[in-house]
Design a protein around this ligand. Sequence first.
Ligand code: NAP
Ligand code: MG
Length: 491
Amino acid sequence: MATKNNTLKLKFDSARKYAPAPESKAAAKIDAKYDLFINGKFEKPLSKKYFATTNPANEEKLADVAEANAADVDKAVKAARNAYEKTWKKMPAKERAKYIYRIARVMQERARELAVIETLDGGKPIRESRDFDVPTAANHFFYYAGWADKLAYAFPNRNAHPLGVAGQIIPWNFPLLMAAWKIAPALATGNTVVLKPAETTPLTALKLAQIIQEADLPPGVVNIITGAGATGAAIVNHPDINKIAFTGSTDVGKIIQKAIAGTAKKATLELGGKAANIIFEDAPIDQAVEGVINGIFFNQGHVCCAGSRLYVQESVFKEVYRKLKDRLATLIVGDPLDKNTDIGAINSKQQLDTIHKYLKIGLKEGAEMYEAPCELPKKGFYCRPTIFTNVAQSSRIAQEEIFGPVLTIQTFRTDDEVLEKANNTPYGLSAGVWTDKGSKIFNMTTRLRAGVVWANTFNQFDPTSPFGGYKESGYGREGGLHGLNAYVNLV
Ligand code: NAP
Ligand code: MG
């Protein structure tokens, strides 16, 4: 055992031998204070209140951000309604498309700045913000710009009418990308928007507001207001909102459902997940192990569709477990701005406490815990990638969303057994299947109750493909042609 640990330590040390490769902060222009983006201008909040947003990697304050109250929300909704009635819904679709293209292009021009700010404000590795979040966000604007004047082809023999004003509320795990997921299809279909980013990660949405100004979008078409849960609730409860698009926790999703019950408001809810990643004995094991690592440790496990439950066929369990531990030992946890970093900072102290709470629950439930042998920075919020084995299906760490770099592993013998276990959760957002056999993939994908099922890969996203959940993971689809549907009335 001692030798094994030494081997892991050696591997870890060799991984740490990379020279630091920090991304420059010079590209990130962050103001000391941000107001609310309403009617095309940055306006002081009627609440007169501001709150700080910090960098979770070192706990330093980045900026003060306005806290919108119900009166500010009302002002933003009025601006959106006015822009909808007077400008946006009347504008020829091909003109609307030009604005959306322009936003996408300015995002590309300012990609480096957006990536650095996303990493500073949220704690995710720069490699991810640079190579995934920002380009995928720009691609959503490009993709939906393309649809704007082709709605007749999206909905043949129907007339697609916009809904009106969309209230959009997003979480902290993919701040810019979630804003793009929500704003791009709403604009393409002729709706106007009031969007609220999460309290801990408002900065890229505010940068997007500046980009929207630069793109000359008519005032009021997109309004971006910052605040905490109460601001979100004020958007949900505003009587002049026609649609709520929410991404966040299942608990808040339920509150929203209750709040809009009996109103004419439409809703799409993208909520939590507890994805099963299933490795069959005939799978390419090395590829599968890499996919599991990518599936749960990517973005510190702050991913709604993270493959947080691993099911391994009994005959290959030992091999998979050994390879997983070996790979874990080479992961670099630390400064998110360093290009070598694999796992950055946990988004907030509160989220880190939640993860620690679950680690204790796992141990108390009798599971065996393995933490990667890495050192953590002294300041900031960090968590070692962690694996639990000896996990019972009923255990809380296998049932509840932890939203951190924590993987549970269970074994199985037959297809039916793993299907039953994989589907035995209140969630149904995503799943993964690793096998050499196409027939097995089809058998599993048709019987897994999850909105997205990846085969021999994991966490792949594309603007053209729809995303959304079953059961307590929510309803409605975002992305692709389906994503347009959520913003139109078909007559
Ligand atoms: P959250 O607490 O539900 O917050 C999401 C957003 O809702 C934030 O902007 C939040 O504001 C706001 N909010 C809080 N209380 C509200 C209320 N009563 N009414 C209206 N809005 C309210 O979720 P989170 O912790 O930020 O995000 C993590 C969760 O999001 C996870 O469960 C994850 O699975 C889920 N998620 C799902 C998807 C998906 O596509 N299915 C994608 C990403 C994340 P504050 O942040 O200021 O409190
Ligand atoms: Mg922050």
